[in-house]
Design a protein around this ligand. Sequence first.
Ligand code: GDP
Ligand code: MG
Length: 192
Amino acid sequence: MEQTLVVLKPDAVLRGLIGEIVGRFEKVGLKIVAAKFLMVKKELGEKHYPADRESFLRGMGEKTLENYKKMGADPVKLLGTADSLEIGRMIREWLIEYISTGPVFAFVLEGPHAVELVRKLCGHTLPLISPPGTIRGDFCYDSSYLANTAKRAIKNLIHASGSIEEAKYEIPLWFSPAEIYSYERVEERVMR
Ligand code: GDP
Ligand code: MG
């Protein structure tokens, strides 16, 4: 049994997609064990997107480099660098800004393989290449190129923990133990 953190970012809330997205997780059988609607303060944004997690920063930079390569765009000309870590640091600033521009809906999902299942339902970080049937593929079209040109984070509706370790770090940032509930959903009996 795993728990994972999901945050419906301001674009999902402003576009009225909370019900649609939450419904997809519920139908798969993932259990909501905590939920809240809030404005994210800078301090939480900074912890949620940690400055010292190099693999996370490089990963974002690499997504930019791949997307630019595909489009024949020159990262040095457009961003002043082709270093994935430097690009990642730039994106992190945009992300902290983005996550605090409006209310977000945060919740914890529980279930077997919850982390992997939720990531599968979300789809790829870049909506442009996220397949149909996924949340990002069905409801948005953004790319690194579009987002970086506008000096903002990619609007891809949703955050979901990328690994079990990430979930263990993220959940306590958003929820205290008393805010996380334990109960049984009826289909758990069917699946036993
Ligand atoms: P995720 O786990 O799929 O959300 O992706 P990451 O953890 O790598 O990145 C976190 C968030 O940063 C993404 O959801 C996007 O909103 C944003 N992001 C990632 N890559 C890029 C990029 O190349 N350019 C911009 N502008 N934003 C990005
Ligand atoms: Mg991530």
